[in-house]
Write a protein that binds this ligand. Structure first.
Ligand code: NDP
Length: 315
């Protein structure tokens, strides 16, 4: 049978390119888990994904109720869950003030980390039950949270500190909106959320890989300078960023190529190792990359996991 893969945020950028690559392989049915139904349908259509290879299902990661509703709908669909790709993200580099999820949690960490945390915890049982030979849970990471790289050292740097803000619920009332308890900074909030994504993947690996056989992985797909992720940046940045990445840092990758990379992590028989953060070299060959000290800190991973469980109502 065909594999069934759920991809969050498949209505644009990396998620859409991955959906296309997998659908075209003929081996996958793609569940596009998106907040904007019409946009997702249009995106699928205009990128030529044929009807029998995808289903759009509503998911707004900025609402924990919506995450629970999505899980209920998915279970009701009767489809097996073979691979889950946590890809959606918001990035608000120019925001002066924080915005919030339905539950009143700072939006970047609330969407990118906590929404996905609840989603993957609730869907783990479905993955366990699937009879697919190579089951995988993939959480898209980023170089920007990795302070062992040049890009990860562009200020403001990611830093979770002692997580007092996260423990307080990032609500801006009786707690800070930033994980480390500092003043709101949209670019840093995004980087912090990506650290949480990479720590969560490793904690999943430690807790569940042996018992379930599921492969847990993260990746840095390259700098896809043309996606909607930069939609909130100033116009001059949006104009100069793609050529800068293309010609100066040489980290630029097209949406199509990035989609092929993530599709490899979903289905390539040689990428089954669990607990790995994949990256690609200049010849587009995959390799196991090193994470920064903070993004691979075992005790921080446990702490993020335990605080997150409380915030999403699992503990
Ligand atoms: P895009 O902005 O193009 O895609 C992000 C997707 O997330 C969109 O489909 C968006 O939906 C969706 N999304 C945002 N908020 C929600 C929500 N509340 N509920 C459901 N879906 C939501 O960006 P990219 O494709 O670039 O980003 C994809 C992933 O790649 C992210 O995890 C990002 O961190 C990562 N990444 C990107 C890099 C880059 O250079 N672009 C580099 C490294 C990592 P909608 O279409 O409705 O807006």
């Amino acid at each position: 049978r065909k594999g069934c893969v759920v991809i969050t945020g498949a209505s644009s950028g990396l998620g859409l390119a991955t959906a296309k690559a997998l659908a075209e392989s003929g081996k996958w049915h793609v569940i596009m888990a998106c907040r904007d139904f019409l946009k997702a349908e249009r995106a699928a259509k205009s990128s030529g994904i044929s009807k029998e290879n995808y289903t759009v299902m509503h998911l707004d990661l900025a609402s924990l109720d919506s995450v629970r509703q999505f899980v209920a709908n998915f279970k009701q669909s009767g489809r097996p869950l073979d691979v889950l790709v946590c890809n959606a993200a918001v990035y608000q580099p120019t925001a002066k003030e924080p915005t919030f999820t339905a539950e009143g949690i700072e939006l970047s960490v609330g969407t990118n980390h906590l929404g996905h945390f609840l989603l993957s915890r609730l869907l783990l049982d479905d993955m366990k039950q699937s009879d697919y030979p190579s089951k995988r849970l993939i959480i898209v990471g980023s170089i920007t949270g990795n302070t062992n790289t040049l890009a990860g050292n562009v200020p403001p740097k990611a830093n979770l500190g002692d997580m007092r803000g996260l423990a307080g619920g990032l609500n801006g009332l009786n707690s800070s909106t930033m994980i480390d308890g500092g003043d709101f900074d949209g670019a840093k909030a995004y980087k912090d959320s990506k650290i949480c994504n990479m720590l969560t993947m490793q904690e999943f690996h430690r807790r569940y890989h042996e018992e379930t056989g599921i492969t847990f992985a993260s990746l840095y797909p390259g700098c896809i300078a043309t996606t909607g992720l930069f939609r909130e940046h100033i116009p001059l940045f949006r104009m100069l960023f793609p050529p800068f990445q293309k010609f100066i840092t040489k980290g630029y990758v097209s949406e199509e190529e990035s989609g092929k990379r993530l599709a490899q992590v979903v289905s390539d028989p040689s990428l089954t190792k669990s607990g790995v953060y994949w990256s690609w070299n200049k010849d587009s060959a995959s390799f196991e990359n090193q994470l920064s000290e903070e993004a691979s800190d075992v005790s921080k991973a446990r702490k993020v996991w335990e605080i997150s469980e409380k915030l999403v109502g699992l503990a």
